[in-house]
Design a protein around this ligand. Structure first.
Ligand code: ADP
Ligand code: AMP
Length: 215
């Protein structure tokens, strides 16, 4: 299955992608996670990306397009993949199409998660992530058993630099300006499915699975 999860920051793409990864045994390809790993490792790409990410802006198209092109060629993507956070611009979507064509592959589905702006702010300000294994939590909607400690690995839960309210507002504006055109882009391509992302996490997952199984 070759799938894109589309939606604003905080819509639940990462949360759902991790569940789908287990269910279908295909990798989650999150450009945000790849970029954060590069920042952490202090690579030249990470050093350049950090400032843009902390300010809530987008990393240049050519950088993320290159990341995804290389990642999709790895063998674990042969059976399929879940793209999370990519594409974010029409130029990225066009480049993805070219990459897939070059590999004789085709997208199966794009699932667009819809969530109100107020809920997005609440989700993002309360988001916590394990600094060791990357598992995501929410202080209210999906809390860890012990505050600040990862259930899965015992690692420390941290808050992302860009999950501050002012930066969140900037990211939501960037999404509205640069990414929302992708909804009609994929609608016109006949691959878009829409899902109400305002529901609790298990319900979103249930509806996502039935959409995917309905083909
Ligand atoms: P995205 O990857 O789209 O930016 P995440 O999956 O990281 O979003 O989710 C953002 C935050 O909202 C996380 O803290 C997550 O636990 C929480 N969350 C995800 N889905 C839901 C949901 N359906 N209802 C309430 N909170 C959610
Ligand atoms: P995310 O983890 O998807 O919320 O992404 C975090 C940040 O990484 C974004 O705010 C951007 O700065 C950067 N980023 C992630 N994916 C992309 C992309 N496809 N295009 C440009 N920048 C991206």
């Amino acid at each position: 299955m070759k799938l894109i999860l589309l939606g604003p920051p905080g819509a639940g793409k990462g949360t759902q992608a991790k569940m789908l990864t287990e269910r279908f045994a295909i990798p989650q390809v999150s450009t945000g996670e790849i970029l954060r790993a590069a920042v952490k490792d202090g690579t030249p790409m990470g050093q350049k990306a950090k400032e843009l990410m902390d300010a809530g802006g987008l990393v240049p198209d050519e950088v993320v397009v290159g990341i995804v092109r290389d990642r999709l060629q790895e063998t674990d993507c042969n059976k399929g993949f879940i793209l999370d956070g990519f594409p974010r611009t029409v130029a990225q979507a066009d480049a993805l199409q070219v990459s897939l064509q070059n590999m004789s592959k085709k997208l199966d589905r794009v699932i667009s998660l819809k969530v109100d702006a107020q809920a997005l702010i609440e989700r993002l300000t309360g988001r916590r992530t394990c600094k060791d294994c990357g598992r995501g939590y929410h202080v209210k909607f999906d809390p860890s058993r012990q505050a600040g400690v990862c259930d899965a690995c015992g690692g420390t839960l941290i808050q992302r630099n860009d999950d501050q309210e002012e930066t969140i507002r900037k990211r939501l504006q960037v999404y509205a300006d640069q990414t929302t055109p992708l909804i009609s882009y994929y609608q016109e391509a006949g691959v878009l499915l829409e899902l109400d992302g305002m529901q609790p996490i298990p319900q979103v997952q249930k509806e996502m699975l039935s959409l995917l199984q309905a083909g």
